[in-house]
Design a protein around this ligand. Structure first.
Ligand SMILES: NC(=O)c1ccc[n+]([C@@H]2O[C@H](COP(=O)([O-])OP(=O)(O)OC[C@H]3O[C@@H](n4cnc5c(N)ncnc54)[C@H](OP(=O)(O)O)[C@@H]3O)[C@@H](O)[C@H]2O)c1
Length: 270
């Protein structure tokens, strides 16, 4: 990312994914500074990536146009409050990836600071994530662009119009990888029950998941058409899909997402 100094606070799983993504996207190591409490992590960043990391978060945010908050949600307040004055003076845009931490809370800890909330998912760790982004009124287009550029470095982005929608994003794409892992696990188990050797069934399931994912990235990614293309009338796929439909899979998936979104709201309010 060009023309904007960036700071990442917290170089755990997501912080490191972002640092790696930003470097792959063209940021120079000197443009990124990191605030990180673990000495071994700081040393690894400097040694492996040439990125400056410090335990002093005030020093880390100095001169940064964008500050990404990537610590665990319960640590957000203690990390941000001491930085409030410096962030407002800079002025820096705060992009928070802390799950469930509301704009109102972020604005309370850092009054007068532009805030964007981002909800990435775990495939960001391999550069194939998708992030839901929400900007409250007052965030200007140039700031939205900065947040977009940061999160695009680890995958796709989708803006949502209201903060509540981030709970649905959490339910869909945040938790989503687990749903596909479960389905692949169930496919492997069923394959084994139907006579395949265990390792072979797992391999078939995992590569089907991977290949199907790749196909969704080709062309217009119309899911109904992709499904129709592997479903001949009267064929094997149709036989399986009829069983899934008659077991009320659609309503079950809707209920599952509603449960995840409700839990996300509860956690955000606790
Ligand atoms: N991982 C995901 O897939 C994912 C997906 C969506 C959103 N997120 C969000 O991303 C955030 C980070 O998650 P994560 O999985 O990357 O967590 P993590 O691996 O625990 O990383 C957080 C890092 O921040 C460090 N830290 C703690 N206090 C600090 C401080 N005062 N100053 C600077 N650094 C500090 C932690 O050190 P210690 O170990 O010493 O605490 C740790 O290295 C969370 O808020 C989470 O909700 C993660």
């Amino acid at each position: 990312m060009k023309d904007a100094r960036l700071c990442i606070l917290g170089a755990g799983n997501m912080g490191r994914a972002l640092i790696g993504g930003l470097l792959r996207a063209g940021a120079r190591p000197g443009e990124i500074s990191v605030g990180e409490s673990v000495a071994a992590v700081r040393e690894a960043l400097a040694r492996d990536l040439g990125v400056r990391a410090t335990a002093d978060n005030r020093a880390a945010i100095s001169g940064a146009a964008v500050v990404v908050l990537a610590v665990k949600p319960p640590q957000a307040a203690e990390v941000l409050q001491p930085l409030a004055v410096a962030l407002r003076a800079a002025p820096a845009l705060l992009v928070s990836v802390a799950a469930g931490v509301r704009v109102a809370a972020l604005a309370g800890w850092c009054p007068g600071v532009g805030v964007v909330r981002a909800m990435p998912n775990r495939p960001a760790l391999v550069g194939a994530g998708v992030t839901g982004l929400y900007a409250p009124p007052g965030v200007v287009p140039a700031q939205r662009l900065l947040a977009e550029r940061v999160m695009r470095s680890v995958g796709e982005i989708v803006w949502v119009p209201g903060e509540d929608a981030l709970d649905t994003v959490t339910a869909l794409s945040g938790s989503g990888p687990a749903y596909f892992f479960l389905l692949a696990e169930l496919l492997a188990e069923a394959g084994e029950q139907l006579g395949l050797e265990g390792a072979a069934a797992r391999r078939l399931a995992v590569h089907t998941l991977y290949g199907a994912g790749l196909l969704t990235q080709a062309g217009d990614a119309d899911l109904k058409r992709l499904r129709a293309e592997v479903t001949s009338q009267g064929g094997t796929t149709e036989a399986a899909l009829q069983v899934l439909e008659s077991a009320d899979l659609r309503a079950t998936v809707t209920r599952a997402l509603a449960a995840a979104a409700a839990r996300s709201r509860e956690l955000g309010n606790s």
